[in-house]
Ligand binder design. Structure first.
Ligand code: XIL
Length: 378
């Protein structure tokens, strides 16, 4: 008979007590999300600085137990990894990869090309003048070769290009598009492939459930495939709120991308309980608003009713992902525990949000317990 997670937690607790009295808890059976969903997809989390450097020991323990895929929340972005031209800072990423290797986890690279968190130097010369086309291509190539080249063979897949689309599905007006033209897209995928031929290559974006944006991403995949450029997957950033997006639109996008012959990944999963100052919640970093008390109602804790609503909605999304586990290869949460989440600071700074799978005390939310109970050994 299957043991429930709650029973297991009790046993684990008793074993801990026993261990603290001189016994050994080494063989303690640990029920975990990654094991329960092992035949569906990998379960990832994003690691921040305190986790990469081994400081957040509680977050690290939760990660070892429940996750088998890891991605850097910030340290692999251009502004962090090459803050000045030709000056690289690899220490934090090296640590994260060491941790992943020691714990048998896959590593996802995030991200090679993104207009955001892009250091200023990338697109201007020493006099502050915008660089020309050839120079920007060289800089992109050098950056991709330096970063993807260093970690060659260690990265399961790269978010090669992040957020290149507007919500209406047109190409976003980034310096890359303006200076190089649309060809920058196949170019960066080709550079990534040359730098690490065996890594999977992904396009990653938010709000891909919006039908027009979905279409834009489908066209992007088709364009790469027509040119014979390798693309293995689309990462659908899962920045959810209690009313956006609909499950139907999410499902339609999962199916649409799979129909193009690429893997689908649910990336950056978090579910905010807070109101967005915008019409619909996306992940546009520049879309911020000022703090107000009314927009931050749950400082003292989450009312049971909202917590129940959150758990139900997160469970519904997981059920959708499980239904399409033949198409979805990975589901990655954007952080370990609620206190870690960027949603506490965006789009409004200084709020208290509850978006992740583990609470501020690193306890699993009901949805985690339910998924483990339901799918363990299934
Ligand atoms: C966020 C990080 O979580 C924050 O710590 C950082 O200050 C800003 O970026 N889309 C992405 C992620 O692809 O890299 C962003 O991460 C969230 C939106």
């Amino acid at each position: 008979m299957k043991r429930t997670f709650v029973t297991s937690a009790l046993i684990a607790f008793c074993m801990m007590l026993f261990a603290s009295c001189g016994g050994s808890a080494k063989n303690e059976e640990q029920f975990s999300l990654k094991d329960a969903l092992a035949d569906k997809f990998t379960i990832g989390t994003a690691f921040n600085e305190a986790q990469n450097f081994g400081i957040d020991t509680q977050g690290i323990e939760v990660t070892k137990q429940h996750f088998n895929s890891i991605v850097a929340e910030n340290c692999m972005k251009a502004e962090k990894i090459q803050p000045k031209k030709g000056e690289f800072y690899f220490d934090e990423t090296d640590k994260m990869i060491e941790f992943a290797e020691a714990n048998n986890m896959e590593v996802i690279g995030h991200t090679l090309v993104w207009h955001s968190q892009l250091p200023k130097w990338f697109t201007v010369d020493d006099n502050g003048k915008e660089v020309d086309r050839d120079e920007l291509i060289t800089r992109l190539k050098d950056h991709i070769f330096a970063v993807a080249g260093r970690y060659k063979g260690k990265i399961k897949g790269w978010d090669v290009l992040n957020e290149a689309l507007n919500d209406d599905g047109t190409l976003r007006n980034t310096p890359f598009l303006r200076i190089i033209g649309e060809e920058y897209i196949p170019m960066v995928f080709e550079f990534a492939q040359q730098a690490d031929p065996n890594a999977e290559l992904y396009y990653n974006d938010y709000s891909l459930s919006i039908p027009e944006k979905r279409e834009g991403a489908v066209k992007l995949v088709q364009m790469l495939k027509e040119k014979g450029v390798k693309i293995d997957g689309v990462g659908m950033q899962g920045h959810l709120s209690l009313d956006f997006p609909s499950l139907e639109n999410k499902e339609a996008s999962i199916i649409a991308f799979a129909n193009e012959g690429v893997d689908v990944m649910i990336t950056e999963l978090d579910l905010s309980v807070l109101k967005s100052p915008h019409k619909r919640l996306g992940a546009e970093l520049t879309d911020t608003a000022e703090y107000s008390k009314e927009m931050n109602p749950y400082v003292e804790g989450l009312p049971q009713e909202i917590s129940d609503q959150w758990n139900k909605r997160m469970k519904d999304f997981f059920e959708l992902f499980i239904k399409h586990s033949d198409k979805i290869t990975r589901v990655t949460a954007w952080g370990v525990a609620d206190g870690d989440s960027w949603k506490n600071g965006w789009p409004i700074p200084g709020r208290t949000d509850y978006p992740l799978l583990f609470d501020r005390k690193h306890q699993p939310k009901q949805v985690v317990i339910d998924l483990i109970n339901e799918y363990n050994n299934k």
